[in-house]
Design a binder for this molecule. Structure first.
Ligand code: FAD
Length: 436
């Protein structure tokens, strides 16, 4: 008998429930990935993520070959191509993880239509707890993080699965090549499960609690792109992290809970990818020149500009920089959060509908923040999280001659730098007028 393991956001051999189920339900397994042009058409296949995905698939194929198998890649409508491979191989079962996004939910419906009860949908393993596993009384999802975090800590987690040692696979299946193209950021990390596991082994979790907000130290795990593509299982990460006793592990796991939290919001409210989660009837300001200055890292606020330039260069940005650049766009410039979120998604190698859109909504005050009217002051953020100015000097070399924290206020030192787009003395004016 033959089964198909349809890989989606779980591009790994370790702790992969879909692969495990396919392996135990048949003699031979076809590991399959379908590249769907609908993802490309929707703008989600940004060049940075496509390049990273190509690495992930190459690494997965190499690992599969190591256990007597190989990856089949097809291009086309995901459900239709999967059904075609099922027909080619006579597969009796097709295994896939439940999806969280509207796209994944539609894919599942179409797979169900074409395959009927040959389709086996497994709990989403892109999160630790599948969306909907824990819910507050009378509701389908948590809208507030703290009670979610509490309930999450009490909930049982599934056990971690080992990687298969061998995987018999039928011969003679052809593969399409993945389309990659477009300009990528020069400093992208390498994709794939092997790189992810190497990164995790090298990284020091014990220092995390003290250092995660220090922009210049740049010592967060940088595992987000691997988690996005499922090169690492978050369940395995949590299990491994909790072997370290201490504040570093606790703080790190808490961030993974944020990830689960946003996914369960999106699964219940797929429209929150583009519509306000809580409609506050904001009267956003419109100014394309300002939006463009922000995208290019030329707002005149070096701490904001540094973050935006890191994003362009690496396809990744430090969390503290994401918070303050997003807040600058949505609360100081008071431009529609969707303008900023779209730019992030066009570049982030970890760009994720759940994490990106819902973090943006959180920052903009249209989402799940219980204090939606808080405003971060970019200069105070700079003084606090880049006290010596080293992060700014790294990313804004034209200001490298300004010593210490003076780099955060170039207008005081008549440096040759764009004038601030907003008056530093009156940063909150637009928000105060526009917010209903
Ligand atoms: P670490 O600090 O090492 O954290 C470990 C893991 O926890 C991360 O890899 C990530 O998977 C998860 N995590 C951490 N913080 C958050 C958070 N606030 N929300 C959800 N998960 C979190 N993260 C994405 O993965 N994709 C995105 O598209 C994305 N967009 C964001 C947009 C904005 C405006 C903001 C404020 C945050 C966004 N984040 C996003 C969350 C966070 O900034 C990144 O996950 C983090 O910076 C990745 O770096 P790291 O892996 O070193 O994180």
């Amino acid at each position: 008998t033959v089964s198909i393991a349809l890989f989606t956001q779980d591009l790994r051999l370790h702790d992969n429930p879909v692969l495990h189920a396919a392996r135990t339900s048949a003699d031979q397994v076809v590991p399959l990935f379908v590249s769907d042009p609908a993802v490309e058409a929707a703008g989600f296949a940004a060049p940075n993520r496509q390049a990273f995905l190509a690495d992930c698939l190459a690494d997965l194929d190499a690992s599969l070959r190591g256990i007597g198998s190989r990856l089949t890649v097809r291009r086309g409508e995901a459900a239709e191509r999967t059904a075609r491979v099922a027909a080619e191989t006579g597969a009796t079962t097709v295994h896939v993880a439940a999806g969280v996004t509207a796209f994944a939910q539609r894919r599942e419906e179409r797979l169900r239509k074409l395959l009927g009860d040959r389709l086996h949908v497994h709990d989403a393993s892109v999160t630790v707890l599948p969306p909907g596993r824990i819910t507050p009384a009378g509701r389908d999802h948590y809208a507030v993080f703290t009670p979610y975090h509490r309930a999450w800590q009490q909930a049982p987690r599934r056990t971690v699965l080992t990687a298969p040692r061998s995987l018999p696979t039928p011969d003679g299946l052809r593969s399409d090549t993945l389309l990659v193209g477009g300009a990528t950021s020069p400093g992208l990390p390498p994709g794939g499960e092997s790189a992810a596991r190497a990164r995790w082994r090298r990284w020091d979790i014990d220092a995390y609690a003290d250092i995660h907000d220090d922009l210049a130290a740049d010592d967060t795990s940088r595992l987000s792109p691997y988690l996005h593509f499922g090169c690492l299982s978050p369940t395995e990460l949590v299990t491994r992290a909790l072997r370290h006793d201490g504040p570093g592990a606790q703080a790190f796991v808490r961030q993974l809970v944020w990830r689960d939290f946003h996914h369960q919001v999106l699964a219940a409210r797929p429209d929150a990818a583009h519509r306000d989660y809580r409609d506050r009837d904001d009267h956003w300001h419109h100014d394309e020149a300002e939006a463009e200055a922000w995208r290019q890292g030329r707002t005149g606020y070096p701490i904001v500009d540094a973050g935006m330039r890191q994003l362009a260069h690496e396809g990744w940005m430090h969390n503290r920089a994401r918070l303050l650049t997003a807040s600058f766009l949505a609360k100081n410039l008071y431009l529609d959060w969707r303008v900023g979120a779209a730019h992030f998604l066009s570049l982030l190698v970890d760009g994720d509908v759940a994490n990106n859109q819902l973090n943006w909504q959180w920052v903009a005050g249209t989402g799940t923040d219980t204090r939606p009217n808080r405003i971060l002051n970019p200069l105070r953020q700079a003084d606090r999280y880049d006290p010596d100015g080293a992060y700014v000097r790294r990313w804004v070399p034209e200001l490298a001659h300004l010593p210490g924290p003076s780099v955060h206020r170039p207008w005081l030192f008549s440096a040759d730098y764009p004038a601030p787009v907003l008056d530093p003395e009156d940063l909150n004016a637009r928000f105060q007028h526009g917010r209903p």
